[in-house]
Design a protein around this ligand. Structure first.
Ligand code: DUC
Ligand code: ZN
Ligand code: ZN
Ligand code: ZN
Length: 485
């Protein structure tokens, strides 16, 4: 069984050209002129791109006394309908048994996912068993570990725990990720606003100003430098954090920054809305910021100081949000975006001239494939790669509406936004899994776990702490060279 995508313009991160794409089985067989196959997909007038990769989701995650309502079934189908073919979800362990948590995530995902998936492991404490378990986790194809610098008393790790874990990542060839917000300051500000009687969603934003994010981003970067390991900062929302990343990269450090489509397009004014539900539905951490910060994030994507656009899809129903009706600190944190990321970024980024189509591909797919060691199986349209493809029609548009979405959430933070750049087709490992009006049902269980092997350890500290981390002699496997995006 072969498929040819005919008559479109192939958009890669580094060039654009007119060509047909031939798919045999699950992979790309050839790209060129005049190709033929059993099935022809008409791509005239469209852009043919590597499927979107969303490296930041929380499907069915237990969090803040409830569980994110978006399931693996609904979330991965929403992803495919919006051109995203791979999600990387965060495993949160209950205790020191990291592999048991990985089993639990894998069980949910394998039964329900219609898109491919991969995992990051969260490090929420530090102990000998966790140190040992990290190696077993890497052996199972999870080469990245996330650290929360916020959520004090719950998920937060402190500096000594983070430094220990970062050193372990360095030795294992794994990539540390951080949620950069100073959890001590957030906790103090939350208490201050509650004590003053400011209990609504607006206080959520007041309690998490850009300074707490900038401080934590700087601290994580310096700790990574001391440990001699690259670091990836999730949901960069403000200039202060972006500035820290820019400065570190300019000094030669491997530091990566990921803005979310929500922070690029929504601003803090949403928290002043007098409709409590409307404001609470938009409570996430970090909160949305003003336009100055949005401009900084857009500039970073164009300049290359920020590399990836994700969603942090962590979607709660309105009923769940109401857990915080009289106390903003109890509103479950999180917003959705999986289904809308590509069209929103196309409309607000490419159509406005802020990003080129090639930059769009880089920040939605290719860069993160390289950073997470998925490349070139994912993130590239080249012979031999998985045929994960989005055929994006720049003229096809819609008005975003919760009433018509694939996500099972009862609202959408982009409600009423006009977007263009919808997928005419989405292919996952050679199968047409979405075509408007035709493939419009989820196929639970067809998604596969995609393992991500460790990198060769980098072990290069630039700071005066260098002596703490003597470089280890490692056998260099050229297929696993360190990331560089
Ligand atoms: N932020 C959120 O808004 N939700 C999930 C976790 C996080 O860090
Ligand atoms: Zn400690
Ligand atoms: Zn986070
Ligand atoms: Zn998150």
């Amino acid at each position: 069984m072969s498929i040819v995508i005919k008559g479109g313009t192939v958009i890669a991160a580094d060039r654009s050209y007119e060509a047909d794409v031939l798919i045999e089985g699950e992979t790309i067989a050839a790209i060129g002129a005049g190709l033929s196959a059993d099935t022809v997909l008409d791509a005239s007038g469209t852009y043919v791109m590597p499927g979107g990769i969303d490296p930041h989701t929380h499907l069915e995650m237990p969090f803040m006394g409830t569980t994110a309502a978006e399931t693996w079934e609904s979330g991965t189908f929403a992803a495919l309908s919006g051109g995203t073919t791979l999600v990387v979800d965060f495993v949160i362990p209950d205790d020191e048994n990291l592999t048991a948590a990985l089993d639990a995530w894998e069980a949910r995902a394998s039964r329900q996912a219609s898109a491919d998936y991969s995992f990051h492991m969260c490090i929420t404490g530090w102990s000998e068993p966790i140190f040992e378990a990290m190696e077993a986790v890497v052996a199972r194809g999870v080469n990245s570990f996330k650290h929360f610098m916020a959520y004090k008393g719950a998920l937060m790790v402190d500096d000594d725990q983070m430094f220990a874990s970062f050193q372990r990542c360095a030795a294992l060839g794994a990539l540390p990720l951080v949620h950069a917000e100073n959890g001590d300051i957030v906790a103090a500000l939350q208490q201050k606003f509650l004590a003053e009687g400011t209990r609504g969603p607006e206080a959520h934003a007041f309690s998490r100003p850009p300074e707490v994010e900038g401080e934590a981003a700087n601290r994580a970067i310096m700790i990574a430098d001391a440990a001699g390991v690259p670091v990836y900062i999730v949901h960069v929302s403000c200039e202060q954090a972006h500035e820290a990343i820019r400065r570190a990269r300019q000094k030669g450090m491997r530091v990566y920054g990921e803005p979310l489509i929500q922070h690029l397009t929504l601003d803090e004014g949403v928290y002043a809305n007098t409709d409590w539900d409307y404001a609470a539905q938009r409570v996430m951490s970090p909160p949305f910021r003003d336009r100055v910060h949005q401009d900084s994030l857009w500039a970073g994507l164009a300049a290359g100081s920020l590399q990836v656009v994700a969603t942090d899809h962590c979607a709660f129903s309105t009923a769940q949000k109401r857990m915080g009706l009289d106390d903003f600190t109890r509103i479950p944190n999180g917003t959705g975006g999986l289904e809308d990321r590509l069209p929103m970024l196309w409309t607000r980024g490419v159509e406005t001239g802020r990003l080129t189509p090639n930059e769009f591909v880089a920040v939605t797919s290719t860069n993160i494939a390289r950073i997470l060691n998925l490349y070139p199986r994912k993130g590239a349209l080249i012979p031999g790669a998985d045929a994960d493809i989005v055929v994006l029609d720049p003229k096809a548009g819609k008005t975003i509406a919760a009433a018509r979405q694939k996500s099972i959430i009862d609202y959408n933070v982009f409600e009423g936004f006009e977007v263009r750049g919808l997928p005419r087709y989405t292919l996952s490992r050679g199968e047409v899994v979405w075509s408007e009006g035709r493939n419009d049902a989820p196929r639970p269980g067809r998604g596969r776990f995609i393992p991500r092997p460790a990198f060769n350890p980098v072990n290069r500290a630039l700071s005066t702490w260098k002596a703490l981390v003597a470089p280890r002699a490692v056998a260099r496997d050229p297929s696993r060279m360190p990331i560089g995006v």
